[in-house]
Design a protein around this ligand. Structure first.
Ligand SMILES: *[C@@H]1O[C@H](CO)[C@@H](O)[C@H](O)[C@H]1NC(C)=O
Ligand SMILES: *[C@@H]1O[C@H](CO)[C@@H](O)[C@H](O)[C@H]1NC(C)=O
Ligand SMILES: *[C@@H]1O[C@H](CO)[C@@H](O)[C@H](O)[C@H]1NC(C)=O
Ligand SMILES: *[C@@H]1O[C@H](CO)[C@@H](O)[C@H](O)[C@H]1NC(C)=O
Ligand SMILES: *[C@@H]1O[C@H](CO)[C@@H](O)[C@H](O)[C@H]1NC(C)=O
Ligand SMILES: *[C@@H]1O[C@H](CO)[C@@H](O)[C@H](O)[C@H]1NC(C)=O
Ligand SMILES: *[C@@H]1O[C@H](CO)[C@@H](O)[C@H](O)[C@H]1NC(C)=O
Ligand SMILES: *[C@@H]1O[C@H](CO)[C@@H](O)[C@H](O)[C@H]1NC(C)=O
Ligand SMILES: *[C@@H]1O[C@H](CO)[C@@H](O)[C@H](O)[C@H]1NC(C)=O
Length: 614
């Protein structure tokens, strides 16, 4: 009895001590977030408080930042709790490892709070087995009939989508029976049978896509899928759900699409979202289960050797498409993704996480030596603000070295129909220096426009893109909820060819073509606005003029992220017009309401509408 009493009172003392410590640190966190304005204050004010909190342990850390999230109304209470419990562990881990004032700390302040600009690129020269051949002869088109390839991306299938539930909720995605009752059936804005623009894709919409690929892509040779299977309810996901989601989509594609499929892993395809620790990190949160599931699910399409690479090479693989001279190199881009918070867990600047650049070089060298051409496919395109400047720079070194081998690159992630260009001379970006082209998206999920996919015409000798056609289904159509129909939206060759001019029948839509098109966009606003509408397939179009337009064109000319015109927000001195602020929030969409976008949203708005704290 006595012992128990003592223990009890000790526990109570410890509890109130813990609560007191947590109370103080809670106020400190609020003060730091309220007062931080720039990179210097991130180092001086924000990081010390967050590091102190992280050293109190994972539970104290996640508990406090959940309280802060709820008190500042950054999201619904359940979203705050689920998000902080999941990704908070990763933040706490990294906060315990880096030194305030250092390069990693600055990168952390950029990625999590938007308070610092990315630091200058850490110089690193990617090693190559040999120099580019001086006498390489460009593979030319023989004018043979092109073959077709289907490009799918960002399906984000919500297997718990509930028809009739409330589509107009306050969470990052809706159309589910949420535990807090906010998803219960609505009368005004109901989840329809085939989807809603505030919700991720129901499986019926995924089935409709699969059928459209069978019909429209009936004569295609193969398909690529550039990642993001899992839906955006990131505050609820767990390992068994992610495994099931990946397996179900693999099965749905296998049973519904007769084409071989060459897939990639997306940032949503792990637990927690964006969680891909490097092999230097000692953690039990291991994404190996993702590589295992995909290694066995993809084996049927990519062959056993490539499937073993998926298992061993952190989800990446390389394989020659049977019957062609084309090698597909699929890379797990998440190791270069700024919202992968594991990347900040050492002061050392790791140039090549898990050896993925070395793998790319090895495979591109094989392609060059065998006179193959290669495509690089992956989830996150190398030029956007969310790719680490260091790794984007090293990636570009590889692209420049093997530019004659790489025929094209294909990515997703932004949910938009976009492109990015790489240049041999980044200080002189023009049609002559343009030398590699990245094709991006679009998404199936209706959250950022109408559901869509691409069908390419590919030259069978150069493996360059002769045409890019976008097919979409219109969620606003009166018949969409009964029977979505998929139609040609536009052909890039038919629509943009005449604007660029002088496109001969055997000329491909190569990097030079797209560069000239960016010049057309600058001069011809009608053409630019057409492109802007098409980004989201005519749905959820945001106006884009002035800074938005120049930034958008700059971003097209920036397959290397240090060259894009995006500015990290917010730091008061960086605060931009509402228009550009809104644009940067849109690009946060693919973060799925993660901690980074919540923090940045708060800091940008500083709506200090604190609720009574609990
Ligand atoms: C911000 O900093 C000032 C000066 O250090 C301090 O007086 C103020 O209380 C801080 N703001 C908050 C919300 O704590
Ligand atoms: C969605 O909810 C908001 C806030 O409750 C309301 O103002 C709006 O009218 C609703 N929209 C629809 C389409 O029901
Ligand atoms: C994982 O999530 C699924 C779907 O939300 C749920 O049914 C299941 O109970 C969860 N599993 C665990 C172990 O929490
Ligand atoms: C990894 O972490 C575990 C658990 O914290 C610990 O026991 C082990 O010693 C660590 N291993 C290394 C190599 O640091
Ligand atoms: C898979 O394809 C590659 C060519 O990309 C080939 O070298 C390898 O032998 C194939 N593996 C199997 C098991 O067929
Ligand atoms: C991590 O990957 C790199 C590159 O492949 C490799 O050299 C290193 O041995 C790996 N480290 C561990 C701990 O597995
Ligand atoms: C693109 O094609 C045009 C016409 O064939 C050619 O002049 C130009 O050099 C090509 N550009 C690249 C980057 O291959
Ligand atoms: C500008 O672009 C529009 C839309 O593609 C096109 O119809 C028009 O002819 C272009 N104007 C010029 C001067 O090229
Ligand atoms: C989609 O359908 C709506 C309603 O019929 C129509 O107003 C809109 O123009 C269509 N969008 C596209 C891109 O065709």
């Amino acid at each position: 009895m006595m012992l128990l009493g003592n223990l009890l009172s000790l526990a109570l003392t410890l509890f109130s001590f813990a609560r007191c410590v947590r109370g103080d640190i809670f106020d400190d966190v609020i003060a730091a977030l309220t007062n931080a304005t720039d990179c210097a204050s991130c180092h001086a004010v924000v990081l010390p408080v967050f590091q102190t909190l992280a050293h109190l342990g994972n539970d104290a850390f996640t508990g406090t930042i959940t309280d802060v999230c709820q008190a500042l109304n950054l999201a619904d209470d359940d979203v705050c709790a689920g998000e902080m419990q999941r990704s908070g562990l990763i933040l706490a881990h990294s906060l315990r490892q880096f030194t305030i004032g250092g390069t990693t700390a600055t990168k952390f302040c950029d990625a999590v709070f938007g308070l610092c600009q990315p630091p200058p690129v850490t110089p690193f020269t990617v090693p190559f087995p040999r120099a580019a051949p001086t006498n390489s002869t460009r593979i030319v088109s023989k004018g043979r009939t092109p073959f077709q390839v289907v490009h799918l991306s960002d399906v984000h299938i919500d297997r718990e989508y509930t028809v009739g539930s409330n589509a107009n909720c306050t969470k990052p995605i809706c159309c589910r029976d949420f535990a807090d009752g906010s998803g219960t059936s609505a009368t005004s804005d109901q989840a329809g049978p085939f989807g809603n623009s505030k919700c991720d894709s129901p499986s019926t919409l995924a089935a409709s896509l699969v059928q459209a690929v069978e019909d429209i892509g009936a004569n295609a040779m193969f398909s690529i899928f550039t990642g993001d299977v899992v839906e955006g309810a990131t505050w609820l996901v767990n390992q068994s759900e992610v495994s099931n989601d990946l397996e179900e989509w693999n099965t749905q594609m296998l049973q519904g699409i007769r084409l071989p499929i060459f897939p990639s892993i997306g940032n949503h395809d792990s637990v927690p979202v964006n969680s891909f620790p490097r092999n230097i990190t000692n953690t039990t949160l291991d994404p190996q289960f993702v590589f295992d599931v995909q290694s066995s699910g993809w084996k049927v399409w990519i062959n056993d050797t490539a499937a073993a690479e998926v298992h061993d090479m952190s989800g990446s693989y390389s394989v020659r498409v049977p019957g062609t001279n084309l090698r597909i190199i699929s890379v797990n881009t998440q190791y270069w993704y700024k919202q992968n918070f594991w990347l900040y867990d050492t002061d050392e600047q790791i140039a090549d996480p898990n050896g993925l650049f070395a793998f790319m070089v090895q495979q591109l060298q094989i392609a060059e030596d065998s006179s193959e051409r290669a495509w690089i496919i992956g989830h996150i395109p190398s030029g956007k603000a969310d790719t680490a400047h260091d790794q984007s720079n090293y990636y570009d070194q590889i692209v420049q070295r093997y530019k004659d081998t790489i025929a094209a690159q294909f990515f997703g992630h932004s949910h938009k129909d976009q492109f990015e260009i790489a240049y041999s001379d980044w200080d002189n970006r023009n049609a002559q220096t343009a030398d590699s082209i990245l094709f991006i998206g679009p998404a199936l999920t209706p959250t950022s426009g109408n559901p869509a996919f691409k069908l390419y015409d590919i030259d069978p000798d150069t493996y360059e893109v002769m045409d890019m056609k976008v097919f979409m289904t219109n969620i606003s159509s009166p018949t969409f909820q009964e029977n979505p129909t998929w139609e040609l939206y536009y052909s890039a060759r038919a629509s943009y060819g005449p604007l660029v001019g002088s496109l001969g029948p055997t000329d491909s839509l190569n990097a030079s073509f797209w560069h000239v098109l960016t010049d057309v966009f600058t001069a011809n606003d009608t053409a630019f606005q057409l492109w802007n509408t098409r980004q989201s397939r005519g749905g959820a179009v945001s106006a884009c003029t002035g800074t938005c337009k120049t930034t958008a064109i700059c971003d097209m000319q920036s397959a290397r992220s240090e060259n894009n015109c995006d500015v990290s927000t917010p730091g008061l001195q960086f605060r931009r017009s509402e228009e550009t602020l809104q644009r940067s929030f849109e690009s946060d969409e693919c973060e799925g309401g993660g901690i980074g976008s919540m923090m940045k949203r708060f800091l940008a708005g500083r709506q200090v509408t604190r609720r009574s704290t609990t």
